[in-house]
Ligand binder design. Structure first.
Ligand SMILES: Nc1ncnc2c1ncn2[C@@H]1O[C@H](COP(=O)(O)OP(=O)(O)OP(=O)(O)O)[C@@H](O)[C@H]1O
Length: 196
């Protein structure tokens, strides 16, 4: 379970969270809220990639000292070195985090033909696939996916839903949190919708 308490986050005069608290209790959660409310920013803070002005994040009751080891995130907000090819970017994760080459994910997302393409030359759907592969390949207990189905083709959405069905099978305290403006397929696959 992920719990947020005493959260204050603002960008300049734009206050997104003020003494905010929320507990995500379901194993698979879909955050639903209007554009600009702060969903992506919340995921970025949970992953330790954005700093709040104040607040505490508990994962199964503990503060993570090195969130990047246990939290994997896929989001358009994360800038990738887009002058590298997809293969080079995936290899960076393989070598820096000691993951296996994600052959199954690459084939499941039909991504093999795009490995040699520079990230900035990939279509938006293929950029999304690359981001998802980079997060999923880590097998982290906490998986945060920002708009995972946006721009994906139907076959890839079905493949992703199947992956998420089984993702937590070997992760006792794990949790998946996604944001999504079209949650119906995720709800059908057991996600609980939570407003912010
Ligand atoms: N680095 C930043 N600097 C300044 N403002 C920012 C920054 N990042 C986000 N914001 C602002 O914070 C607000 C919340 O943005 P965020 O992307 O978290 O919302 P969201 O709920 O994910 O929106 P959407 O549904 O459109 O994706 C927006 O007004 C955005 O402009």
């Amino acid at each position: 379970m992920i719990e947020v308490s005493g959260l204050h986050k603002q960008f300049s005069q734009n206050i997104l969270y003020k003494d905010y608290r929320i507990s995500f209790t379901a194993p698979r959660v879909c955050i639903e809220a209007p554009n600009g409310q702060g969903k992506t920013t919340l995921l970025m803070m949970l992953a330790g990639l954005e700093k709040p002005q104040s607040g505490q994040f508990l994962f199964a009751g503990k503060v993570l000292s090195e969130p990047y080891k246990q939290v994997a995130i896929a989001s358009d907000r994360i800038a990738l070195p887009d002058f590298l090819t997809a293969k080079q970017i995936i290899n960076l994760t393989v070598s820096s985090l000691g993951c296996n080459w994600p052959a199954e994910l690459i084939s499941g997302f039909n991504f093999s033909d795009f490995l040699a393409t520079r990230f900035d030359a990939l279509s938006s759907g293929n950029q999304k696939k690359c981001q998802l592969i980079l997060a999923l390949m880590r097998g982290a207990p906490y998986l945060l996916l920002d708009e995972p189905s946006a721009a994906l083709d139907q076959a890839s959405i079905i493949y992703l839903l199947g992956l998420l069905d089984n993702y937590l099978a070997d992760k006792a305290h794990g949790q998946i949190i996604i944001t999504c403006h079209e949650p119906a397929p995720f709800i059908e696959h057991g996600f609980e919708c939570v407003p912010l």
